[in-house]
Design a binder for this molecule. Structure first.
Ligand code: ASP
Length: 588
C-alpha cells in the first residue's frame, strides 16, 4: 500500500475520496465498540475509524498499539459537527478504514511519545530516535533545516562558494584541546580534527576564492560545560579585499534574512555596537544582554572627600566606586535578599556590597545612610532615579569590580527578573589581542593568533606591553549569548611572525605548526576577514530553548557521551595493535 496523502493534509475538501495514509499509531481507544486510532507522521495527525461492522478489519485493528507502523486505506468523511476539532488542520475529517497493513509492530516505548514526557533527559537521549518522533522535538530539527537553507540561499545569492575542508587534518589554533585520530599507515602520527576550518579558509583566500562559506563541523576537546558539545556546527565565512565593516554588514544582512525567513520575526539592522572596553565598563561583561539596562556608573564623584573611611580609603588607594541601578527592585529586595547578594558579591571577590533604595513612596534608605547621608542626597539629586529603585554598589580595583558587578547583574537578571522580550543583537568589537592565561602562566591569543592587531597599538605596545594591544576582532551577541566571532586576519608574514613571538612560539615551532600558512603568505596573500556564527546557539535562541541539545538531532551529554550508540567506547586489542597503541591503566 503506497501512501496517497500525508497525515497532515486532508480536509473536508477531500470528502468522499479513497486515500491511503502511512504512519505510526499515536493513540488508539475503543469508544462504544468503535476503534478510534490517531495516525501520526511528520506532517500531522489524522483520525482513523475502524467500524465493528467490518468485523475482520475491526478484529485486526484491536491488536494495534501505540507506535505500530501501519498503512491504512479508507474513505475520507466529514466528522459529525460535535466531533469537529477546529484547532487541528485535519480536525474536520476522519478516515473510515477499509484496509489495514501493519508494516511493523512496536514494543511499549520506554519514553512517552504522545504526551509531554517527564522522563529523564538521559533516557530520552538513549532513545533519541523515539524522542525525535515527538512533534515538538521534530519541529526544532526542521526549523534547523529551514534556517540552514535560508543561510545557503542568502550566501549563494551573494556569490559565496560553498567549499568543504578536511576533517582529518592538523592541529588548528582555536585554543582548545584537539581531538586526535591515530594514523594506522604512519604509526605514531596523528591527525587532529579541526577546531574550525580557520587555516583552510584563509588559504582559500590566498587561492583567490574571494567569498567562501561552509556549514562546518568543529571539534573541540574541552572540559564540557553544561551547554557545550564536543562537536558543534558553524556557518564559516571568509572574504577577501574587505575590512570589518564589510563583514559586519554582511553578517547583519545574513541574520536578518535567515531569521526573518525562518521565524517571521522582523530584525532591524544595523545592530547596536559596543567596544569591548565600553561593554566591560557598562555591563562588566563582553556579552551583555542590554535589554535589561542596569548600566554600571562611576560613583566616585559623590564620595570624594567622604568621611566614611571604607570608601574614602579605597578611593585613596586608586580603587573605584561603581554600581548600577535596577528599577522595580527596591520593593522586592528584602533584608534577606540583600544579604544573599552581599554573600554572592563576596564570592565574586568583592569586600562587600552597599545599597541605596529609593522606595515606592520616594523615601530613601541605604546600608550606609548612617555614614553618608549627605553624599547619597547629592547623588540622588544628580542622577534621576525613579521610585522603587535599588542601587547596588561596591569598591575595588577596576577589573575585579566591573566584572564582579557584571556577574551580579547577570545573577539578578536570571533570579529576579521576568525574561525580557525580543532579540537583542549587539556587536562587541575591538577585543584585546592577547590575554594572560593564569593557569598556563603565559600570554595567549584572545581570539586566535591569525587575528590582525590594531596596528597603532601594535607599534606602540608589541615590545613593551602586548596586553594593551587591541585586535580587529568582533563578536555578535544575542540576548547575552555569544553567537559569532570573527576578525580581520593578518595577511603579512612579518606581522604574523611577530604575533607568534609574543605568544612565545619561536620560529622553529611556528614553522612546525603553521609553516604552510606562513609559506602561503609569501605568494600574494590578499587582505581578508571573516566570521563564524555558531549554528547550534542561533537555533537554540530561535526555538526558545536553554539547551543546544534540543536543536541537534543526535546530541551528546554534558560529559561527551552518546547514550544511544555508547560512544566513546572501547576498541578491540587488534585495532589497538594495528595503530600501535597501548592503553595504560590509570595509575592508582
Ligand atoms: N575560526 C573562528 C572561531 O571558530 C571564527 C573566525 O575567526 O572566523 O572562533
Amino acid at each position: 500500500m503506497k501512501r496517497t496523502h500525508t497525515c497532515g493534509e486532508l480536509t473536508d475538501k477531500n470528502e468522499g475520496h479513497r486515500v491511503t495514509l502511512c504512519g505510526w499509531i499515536d493513540r488508539i481507544r475503543n469508544l462504544g465498540g468503535i476503534e478510534f486510532a490517531r495516525l501520526r507522521d511528520r506532517y500531522g495527525f489524522t483520525q482513523v475509524i475502524f467500524d465493528p461492522k467490518n468485523s475482520k478489519l475491526h478484529h485486526k485493528a484491536r491488536k494495534l498499539s501505540p507506535e505500530f507502523c501501519v498503512a491504512v486505506r479508507g474513505i475520507v468523511r466529514k466528522r459529525p459537527e460535535e466531533a469537529q476539532r477546529k484547532d487541528q488542520e485535519t480536525g474536520g475529517i476522519e478516515i473510515l478504514a477499509e484496509e489495514l497493513h501493519v508494516f511493523s509492530s512496536s514494543e511499549t516505548p520506554p519514553i512517552y511519545i504522545n504526551i509531554e514526557d517527564r522522563s529523564s533527559e538521559d533516557l530520552r537521549l538513549k532513545y533519541r530516535y523515539l524522542d525525535l518522533r515527538k512533534p515538538s522535538v521534530r519541529e526544532a530539527i526542521i526549523t534547523r533545516h529551514r534556517f540552514t537553507q535560508a543561510v545557503r540561499e542568502f550566501l549563494n545569492g551573494e556569490g559565496f562558494v560553498d567549499i568543504e575542508t578536511p576533517v582529518l587534518t592538523k592541529s588548528t589554533p582555536e585554543g582548545a584541546r584537539d581531538f586526535l585520530v591515530p594514523s594506522r599507515l604512519r604509526p605514531g602520527r596523528f591527525y587532529a580534527l579541526p577546531q574550525s576550518p580557520q587555516l583552510f579558509k584563509q588559504l582559500l583566500m590566498v587561492s583567490g576564492f574571494d567569498k567562501y562559506y561552509q556549514i562546518a563541523k568543529c571539534y573541540r576537546d574541552e572540559d564540557l560545560r553544561a551547554d557545550r558539545q564536543p562537536e558543534h556546527t558553524q556557518i564559516d565565512i571568509e572574504m577577501s579585499f574587505v575590512d570589518e565593516e564589510d563583514v559586519l554588514a554582511l553578517a547583519e544582512r545574513l541574520m536578518k534574512f535567515a531569521f526573518e525567513k525562518t521565524t517571521g520575526i522582523e530584525v532591524s539592522i544595523p545592530f547596536k555596537r559596543l567596544t569591548y572596553e565600553k561593554a566591560m565598563m557598562l555591563f562588566g561583561s563582553d556579552k551583555p544582554d542590554t535589554r535589561y539596562g542596569m548600566e554600571q556608573f562611576n560613583m566616585a564623584k559623590w564620595f570624594e572627600g567622604t568621611s566614611f573611611s571604607a570608601i574614602g580609603n579605597a578611593l585613596e588607594r586608586g580603587e573605584l566606586v561603581r554600581g548600577f541601578a535596577a528599577h522595580g527592585l527596591a520593593s522586592v529586595f528584602s533584608r534577606k535578599k540583600l544579604d544573599h547578594y552581599t554573600e554572592r558579591a563576596k564570592e565574586l571577590g568583592l569586600g562587600g556590597l552597599m545599597w541605596i533604595k529609593v522606595e515606592k513612596d520616594g523615601i530613601t534608605k541605604s546600608s550606609i545612610m548612617k555614614h553618608c547621608a549627605e553624599e547619597i542626597e547629592l547623588l540622588l539629586k544628580d542622577v534621576s532615579i525613579p521610585p522603587d529603585s535599588l542601587i547596588l554598589f561596591s569598591i575595588g580595583p577596576r577589573a575585579t569590580l566591573t566584572r564582579a558587578l557584571g556577574e551580579l547583574r547577570k545573577k539578578i537578571i536570571t533570579e529576579e527578573l521576568r525574561s525580557a522580550e525580543g532579540l537583542d543583537f549587539l556587536w562587541v568589537t575591538d577585543f584585546p589581542m592577547f590575554s594572560f592565561d593564569q593557569e598556563r602562566q603565559r600570554i595567549v591569543a584572545e581570539h586566535h593568533p591569525f587575528t590582525m592587531p590594531n596596528l597603532d597599538d601594535f607599534e606602540k605596545f608589541a615590545s613593551s606591553d602586548p596586553l594593551k594591544i587591541r585586535a580587529r576582532s568582533y563578536d555578535l551577541v544575542i540576548n547575552g549569548t555569544e553567537v559569532a566571532s570573527g576578525s580581520v586576519r593578518i595577511h603579512r608574514q612579518d606581522i604574523q611572525q611577530k604575533v607568534f613571538e609574543i605568544l612565545g612560539l619561536d620560529q622553529e615551532e611556528a614553522q612546525g605548526k603553521f609553516g604552510f600558512l606562513l609559506e602561503a603568505f609569501k605568494y600574494g596573500a590578499p587582505p581578508h576577514a571573516g566570521i563564524a556564527p555558531g549554528l547550534d546557539r542561533l537555533l537554540a535562541l530561535i526555538v526558545g530553548s536553554d539547551s543546544i541539545r534540543d536543536v541537534i538531532a543526535f546530541p551528546k551529554t554534558a560529559s561527551g557521551s552518546d547514550l544511544m550508540t555508547g560512544a566513546p567506547s572501547e576498541v578491540s586489542e587488534e585495532q589497538l595493535r594495528e595503530l600501535r597503541l597501548r592503553i595504560e591503566n590509570e595509575k592508582p
